[in-house]
Design a binder for this molecule. Structure first.
Ligand code: AMP
Ligand code: GLY
Length: 420
């Protein structure tokens, strides 16, 4: 098969790396890719939101299957467009990807399907926001309805802070994404994630994985896209996984199918493990990044066959096999991230890091600069290692990080601490 992966991050590098090993694969392409993805796939400079360009490329290159990595093209309907043009694609169609693209849609669906989630109101005006904030009382989470690259959530300790956040968002600070807001009660507990492949009907669990969202050691400081991840995640016990599937994911998948908008793709449920059991915080319509970077090295089954089965509604009889080894990924980011940062500095030592047994360096934001690799994003590399335990994978990942020479970058020193 000729396969095109859409995206340019560490997630897409890990996907390409795993797809490249598929016996079903004839040729692998990535749009637009990055300097690391070039080692696995032929990169083509097409933007993930350029649907016309992607369709034309698929036609010209006899692409049989497209794997869409990031949420923006999914929410904007890339899978609908490709399928309408006769090109098979992995990922939810726009009507189902709304579960990530609109928090209000997700919350209303939870209520309809009886899925546990924080009490909330979906508001379109400051007057409605004020009324709910006063009625619910602080602390509160104030969220813009639409996609905001992880920046659209304010955790407000006081009613004044919540009002201020609502005023800013409704005033246009996030553009269209903030035209309406979800304001919700603050939940307490540990956060955990649940991942599954879904084919419209069947929910096939993936292995457990957990990221670290905060930029600083000890899970302190501002939130990022994820500074590292590990798999397995001991917080997600087999009992909790079963509860998440039965009480949260399966009812939502049934609800979407009943509405005539079946969900096919990766279902990533962000959970809060509260005293009353797991409650749904958010849904992502794609693999987590960097969670994908720890799941792919552990996957023994053919990834391409699995994604095709999800697209074709054939997961019912599909079985995923995993390596027993744990995996851990340390993200190297540009100084300043998640605030402003410089691009263009040179990174050395990637080969030396990868020379270590069981280590893969996934590129998240890199570009080729002559013979060198240059930083080209906020999150730049995901240094990933396998080990018999999370602790062993952690030790090896940090040994590999030590071989990378990039003075302009930084990483957290404690990825995986909850599991070690
Ligand atoms: P979200 O994008 O909705 O997952 O929110 C981003 C982050 O904000 C989550 O990963 C949580 O750390 C935090 N958060 C969101 N909603 C709540 C809530 N209702 N209670 C406590 N923390 C929350
Ligand atoms: N690592 C969090 C996410 O992919 O949304």
């Amino acid at each position: 098969m000729n396969v095109l992966v859409v995206g340019s991050g560490g997630r897409e590098h890990a996907l390409c790396w795993r797809l490249a090993a598929s016996p079903l694969l004839e040729s692998l392409w990535c749009a637009p890719g990055n300097a690391g993805i070039e080692n696995e796939a032929r990169c083509v400079a097409i933007d993930p939101m350029d649907f016309d360009g992607l369709v034309a490329f698929c036609r010209a290159n006899a692409i049989d299957f497209v794997v869409v990595g990031p949420e923006a093209p999914l929410v904007a309907g890339l899978v609908d467009r490709l399928e309408a043009d006769g090109i098979a694609a992995f990922g939810p169609r726009a009507a189902a990807a709304r579960i990530e693209g609109s928090k209000g849609f997700m919350k209303d669906l939870c209520v309809r399907c009886g899925v546990p989630t924080a009490a909330y109101r979906h508001v379109a005006s400051l007057a409605d926001a004020e009324a709910f904030i006063a009625a619910q009382g602080a602390p509160l989470a104030v969220k813009v309805d639409g996609l905001a690259a992880g920046k659209g959530v304010v955790l407000a300790e006081t009613e004044d802070e919540a009002l201020e956040a609502a005023r800013a968002a409704l005033g246009g600070a996030f553009g269209e994404a903030g035209a309406t807001l979800v304001i919700e009660e603050m939940l307490e507990g540990e956060e955990a994630s649940y991942f599954a492949l879904v084919d419209g009907e069947t929910v096939l669990p993936l292995e457990t994985a957990q990221d670290h969202k905060a930029v600083g050691d000890g899970d302190t400081g501002p939130n990022t896209g994820g500074m590292g991840a590990y798999s397995p995640a001991p917080a997600m016990t087999p009992e909790l996984c079963e509860e998440a599937r039965e009480r949260i994911v399966a009812p939502l998948v049934r609800g979407l199918a009943a509405a005539g908008t079946p969900y096919a793709g990766v279902f990533y449920a962000g959970l809060m493990l509260t005293a009353e059991g797991p409650k749904l915080l958010e849904v992502n319509a794609r693999f987590g990044d960097p969670e994908c970077q720890v799941l792919m090295p552990r996957l023994r089954s053919d990834l391409l066959a699995a994604l095709l089965a999800a697209r074709d509604g054939e997961l019912k009889d599909f079985d995923l096999r995993w390596h027993d080894d744990a995996a851990l990924c340390v993200v190297l980011a540009a100084a300043g991230y998640p605030g402003s940062y410089e691009k263009g500095s040179t990174i050395r030592g990637i080969d030396a890091a990868e020379a270590l047994d069981g280590v893969s360096v996934f590129h998240a934001g890199t570009a080729r600069a002559g013979a060198d690799i240059a930083a080209a994003g906020g999150r730049v590399l995901g240094v990933t290692a396998l080990g018999e335990t999370v602790a062993a994978a952690q030790a090896r990942a940090y040994e590999a990080v030590g071989r990378i020479d990039w003075p302009e970058g930084f990483c957290r020193g404690d990825i995986g601490w909850r599991a070690v």
